[in-house]
Design a protein. Sequence first.
Length: 187
Amino acid sequence: MSETQTSIRRVTVGESAAGEPVVVGDTDVPPIETPLMPGAKFYSLWGADKMPPVPNDGAEPAFHGWFPPDGGFRFELIELPPRNEDAPSPADMKQALKETEARLPGLIRTIDPRRPGMHRTDTIDLIYVTEGACALVLDGAAEVAMRTGDSVVLNGQRHAWRNPHGAPCRLLTISLGVKRFGVKRQV
């Protein structure tokens, strides 16, 4: 992905009635942007609210919400802008929250209002840094420096992302929806 690229090409392969692989989709996925997180780009590449069977025809499953429910999954790329912690607050916070919820349904309820960016989801997140560097901020722990080629597995912990560097950081993410046991869902 280059600095000037604004969408991601997604090729989808399914299976014909005769059992042959067929390309059923070749489309550009545009970024989702929100006034609450200026400069951040969220690419929703694929997902489902429940595991689809295979083989299948390659049709995109219906799914709702940015984060998957128990048994669902999401495949995303997230781009953190340089120095994202220095981004100015929106002039109209109420409107920015409303727009963010419309564009990334369910995201707002996961965020701790006392610590912007800190959030917890009922997911296992498999994350790979494809480009740049950033810091993984864990609740009550030191920051973990992440750079191109690093990966992290988050098991439902509260966390946030900071990019204190001068270039974007891109995170390829697969989120698996799971049921949280023993602890009530919290932000």
